[in-house]
Write a protein that binds this ligand. Structure first.
Ligand code: DAH
Length: 341
C-alpha cells in the first residue's frame, strides 16, 4: 500500500505540473481525489490492514492527499498567471505608432463674410430676422407691390411649388420686410440673410440658389440721407475707409425712389480692370425708400412713418472680399478650394 500511495503521489504531481489549462486540472482532481478516484480506491482497502499499520497508512494517505491538493492549488495560480500574461501580450498597445491627426475644419468663407457683415449691423443696433425659404406668392410678390404682369412672376423665372402659383421658393429676401414688420411692428431696424432661388442656368456669375441679405429700417422721419449714410458706413467697414460709392437711379416695385449702389473698384481704383469688367465701379446692392403701398400692406401709416430698404448679394460680397472669380467655387465645396481660407 505504501508503494501504491507513493506511485499515486508521483504520477499525480507529474501530471499536475504538465497541465496547460484549468480543465485539465479538474480532470486530474477527479482522477486522483474523486469518489471513484485512485486515492479513494486505496483508502477503501484500509479495512484489510492490521491495527498497527492502519494509522500509519492513514496518515500517509492524508499526506498524499494534502500534497496533491496543494500542488493543484499552486498549479491553478501558475495557470492563471500565464493566462494573464498571454492576454496582456495579445492586447499590447504600441504607443510609438504615430496617431491619426485630427483634422480641424473652419467656417465656409461665405459664412465668415456673413458673420462680419452681421456684426457690423448688430453694432449699429439692427436685429437679425430669419424667414422661410418656402414662401407665399403674396409675401414674395403681391405685398411687395409687384404688378401681376411683372416678369419675375413667370413660371420660367420662379420655382412654383403649387399649380395655382400660390406657394413658391422665394426669389428674394424682400418678403422678410413684410414678415418682420408683421412680427415686430415699427419702428424697426433689421437685416435678414438667407437663401433665395431662381430658374437660372449655372455659370460663373449665376446659380439657381444663392444668398441675399435684406435690410429694412422704418421709423418716423427716415430719409434717403439715412440710407446713404448707413450704407456708406457699412461698405467702408467692409472695403476700407477710403471706399468711394455712387448711387444710381433704378427701379424696384417695393421702393420709391429706388437706386443701386456701386463701389469704386478696389482693385484698380476706378481706372477699369478685369475685376470691374473695365467699368471702374462694382454694383453691390439694390435699395430705396420703402414704397408707401408696402407700408400700408403691413398696416403702417406712410404719413406717419417712412423707411429705407436694401438687398445685398452675399456671394458677390464674399467673392469681392476673398477675390474669388467664379461663383461655382463657392458651392462645389472642393476641399482644395476651401482649405485656402
Ligand atoms: N430684392 C431685390 C432683388 O432681388 C434687391 C433689393 C432691391 C432689395 C431694393 C431691397 C431693395 O430691399 O430696397 O433684386
Amino acid at each position: 500500500m505504501k508503494e501504491q500511495l507513493e506511485a499515486i503521489r508521483k504520477s499525480a504531481l507529474e501530471s499536475i505540473a504538465g497541465t496547460q489549462a484549468g480543465a485539465d486540472l479538474e480532470a486530474l482532481r477527479v482522477k486522483y481525489l474523486g469518489k471513484k478516484g485512485e486515492l479513494t480506491a486505496v483508502l477503501k482497502q484500509m479495512g484489510s490492514l492490521s491495527a498497527e499499520l492502519r494509522p500509519v497508512m492513514g496518515q500517509m494517505a492524508n499526506e498524499v492527499r494534502a500534497t496533491v491538493e496543494k500542488a493543484m492549488e499552486e498549479q491553478t495560480a501558475i495557470l492563471a498567471e500565464k493566462a494573464l500574461e498571454a492576454k496582456l501580450a495579445a492586447e499590447t498597445l504600441d504607443v510609438t505608432i504615430p496617431g491619426r491627426p485630427a483634422e480641424i475644419g473652419h467656417k465656409h468663407p461665405m459664412y465668415t463674410a456673413l458673420d462680419e457683415f452681421k456684426q457690423i449691423f448688430l453694432n449699429m443696433g439692427f436685429e437679425i430676422f430669419d424667414g422661410p425659404e418656402i414662401e407665399q406668392e403674396d409675401y414674395n410678390f403681391t405685398k411687395l407691390n409687384t404688378p401681376d404682369d411683372h416678369p419675375a412672376r413667370e413660371w420660367s423665372d420662379t420655382f412654383y411649388l403649387t399649380e395655382d402659383s400660390r406657394i413658391l421658393l422665394r426669389t428674394q429676401t424682400s418678403p422678410m420686410q413684410i414678415r418682420a414688420i408683421e412680427e415686430h411692428g415699427v419702428p424697426i431696424r433689421m437685416i435678414s440673410p438667407g437663401r433665395v432661388y431662381r430658374k437660372d442656368e449655372v455659370d460663373a456669375t449665376h446659380s439657381p440658389m444663392f444668398h441675399q441679405i435684406e435690410g429694412l429700417v422704418v421709423d418716423k422721419g427716415i430719409t434717403m440721407a439715412d440710407l446713404k449714410g448707413t450704407l456708406n458706413a457699412v461698405v467702408r467697414e467692409i472695403y476700407g475707409p477710403n471706399t468711394q460709392t455712387r448711387f444710381r437711379p433704378h427701379h424696384f416695385p417695393f421702393t420709391e425712389p429706388s437706386c443701386e449702389m456701386d463701389i469704386q473698384c478696389h482693385k484698380c481704383g476706378g481706372k477699369g480692370c478685369p475685376t470691374c469688367k473695365g467699368e471702374g465701379w462694382i454694383e453691390v446692392l439694390g435699395a430705396g425708400m420703402v414704397h408707401p403701398k408696402v407700408l400700408r400692406n403691413c398696416g403702417v401709416d406712410p404719413d406717419e412713418y417712412s423707411g429705407y430698404a436694401f438687398g445685398f448679394g452675399l456671394e458677390r460680397l464674399a467673392m469681392g472680399q476673398y477675390k474669388i472669380s467664379d461663383l461655382r467655387l463657392i458651392f462645389e465645396n472642393d476641399i482644395r478650394f476651401l482649405e485656402q481660407f
